[in-house]
Design a protein. Structure first.
Length: 132
């Protein structure tokens, strides 16, 4: 019986968000993704290492995409790797049906500094303690 309890406990372990490398800040930004086609996307959260985008198309994990984000007064342009894509149950009746997790690849120093400033401003606006 103890062995079955141990197996059951192991089966319900979830990845803890504390494993993330950067603090995720909730945002409401516009952007675009390009990979064989181009889509307008809505960015739901943002960090120094990636973002969560609401997109009209599902993308394959591992795909490399071009990303443009309207961050503050400028546009952040970078490449990103698709980490995961899934149906967004809350948005099934809208055009933006998929949630796509993206990991930024090689931000230029100036773009990283601009993103860091934007995230610090947003974290203060949301009353979050910045860990940037």
């Amino acid at each position: 019986m103890a062995a079955s309890r141990k197996r059951r406990a192991m089966a319900i372990v979830k990845k803890d968000s504390s494993d993330r490398r950067s603090l995720r800040i909730p945002v409401d930004l516009r952007g675009s993704l390009r990979h064989r086609a181009s889509w307008s996307v809505a960015i739901q959260d943002l960090s120094l290492t990636g973002c969560l985008a609401q997109c009209p198309a599902s993308l394959d994990a591992g795909a490399i995409v071009d990303v443009d984000l309207e961050v503050g007064p400028g546009v952040l342009t970078t490449k990103a790797r698709v980490i995961d894509a899934s149906l967004d149950g809350a948005a099934l009746l809208t055009a933006m049906q998929y949630l796509v997790g993206l990991e930024f690849l090689g931000l230029a120093a100036r773009e990283e500094a601009d993103l860091r400033r934007f995230l610090q401003t947003e974290s203060r606006r949301h009353g979050l303690r910045a860990l940037l």
